[in-house]
Design a protein around this ligand. Structure first.
Ligand code: NAP
Length: 335
């Protein structure tokens, strides 16, 4: 009787072990294959974005990731509506996109039509009426909700942000409110034509709560939830909504950090991220950022990140960042 129980027990344990191994094997093989499809095969197997309409609208289009989206979408055949605060930068970017490709200089000039709209997304809801007036009569195929800001100073705890009440409204208006409001402006015409793409730029800071970047992180998770739920609501009507969650990309926002395998150059990043449209509703944008996300998630689970230990690490990183920034400023003064 004892022998029978022992053999039976061992067989059950072996079966549970085998099933567990099989579960993880299937799960990670599927993830690997899906990752290859998203980040590698998408380069050769991407959708024609001109199918969705004649124009793409990009918010925060005069620097960094937004400017890279504007250029890349123009390169892929779309006319571009650029929205930002500075009229001068808008004109310069529109001029670059509008000029014809020069074979000798290999610059990013695409000979596409442009329209500029000057607007400050921290200004609240009043800006959307005039934006709607311009966009209503245009055939908008793609909307890139890119505009975003962090605290005007370095990362810090909530009450250490200067003029915290203004910072709160600015960040919510710019990062969060702009996304559903611009969607409300453009989505009706997309639904009418039964096609469209909405790309919303969130951040790795939206994947987990980030102490010291509390407001930024909270607005970025809003974008992720909004995007994925919207995608389910309108996918059957031909509208693709994608949430992009980058890690470090070298732009003004990240003080033009040096680029390397981890920190991507904006143009390269956007080229890869755009290839993933229609393949996944949520993406880190490129393979390097996908792997970094996986490492962070595996090595530093939430209980470490959201602890006094995690906060101390963030404080140390911020101090290092400040020292690096000071050095950069001194260097640029000498040069
Ligand atoms: N860079 C990164 O490592 C990184 C990582 C994760 C997520 N992201 C996200 O990616 C997006 C773009 O970031 P970025 O790094 O490219 O930023 P960036 O280089 O600072 O560019 C920001 C763009 O937005 C415009 N802008 C800023 N505030 C505005 C406002 N209140 N109203 C209208 N336009 C405004 C700026 O032009 P004007 O100054 O002329 O208005 C500029 O064109 C943001 O949503 C950011 O959160 C960036």
């Amino acid at each position: 009787m004892f022998l029978f129980t022992n053999i039976f027990g061992n067989s059950v344990l072996a079966l549970i072990g085998a099933m567990t191994c099989l579960y993880y094997l299937v799960k990670y093989t599927w993830k690997l294959l899906f990752g290859i499809r998203i980040y590698i095969l998408s380069k050769f197997w991407k959708i024609d974005l001109t199918y969705f309409g004649e124009w793409a609208v990009v918010t925060g289009a005069t620097n960094g990731i937004g400017k890279a989206y504007a250029h890349e979408l123009a390169r892929r055949g779309l006319n571009i509506v650029l929205i930002s605060r500075s009229l001068e930068k808008l004109k310069t970017t529109a001029d670059e996109i509008g000029r014809k490709q020069n074979d000798f200089q290999r610059e990013q000039k695409h000979g596409k039509k442009t329209k500029i709209i000057q607007a400050d997304f921290t200004a609240g809801t009043d800006i959307y009426g005039p934006i709607q007036d311009v966009l209503n009569d245009m055939n908008i195929g793609i909307l890139v909700n890119n505009v975003g800001k962090i605290y005007d100073i370095h990362a810090c705890c909530f009450l250490d942000v200067p003029d915290i009440k203004k910072a709160v409204t600015d960040i919510i208006y710019c990062n969060a409110l702009s996304v559903p409001m611009m969607t409300a402006v453009v989505l009706p015409q997309m639904v009418e034509r039964k096609k469209g793409v909405i790309i919303n730029i969130s951040s790795e800071a939206g994947a987990f709560p980030f102490p010291m970047l509390t407001m930024y992180s909270a607005t970025k998770v809003f974008i992720d939830f909004f995007s994925r739920a919207l995608n389910v609501e309108y996918k059957s009507q031909g509208i693709i909504t994608q949430c992009v969650m980058p890690l470090f990309v070298s732009t003004h926002l990240t003080h033009d950090m040096d680029t390397n395998l981890l920190v991507r150059q904006a143009d390269d990043y956007v080229q890869e991220a755009l290839n993933t449209v229609g393949i996944t509703d949520q993406t880190r944008g490129c393979i390097s950022h996908a792997l970094q996300h996986w490492f962070i998630d595996s090595l530093f689970p939430g209980r470490y990140r959201l602890s006094q230990f995690g906060l101390n690490v963030m404080k140390k990183l911020t101090e290092k960042g400040k020292t690096w920034l000071e050095k950069q400023k001194k260097k640029s003064k000498i040069n």
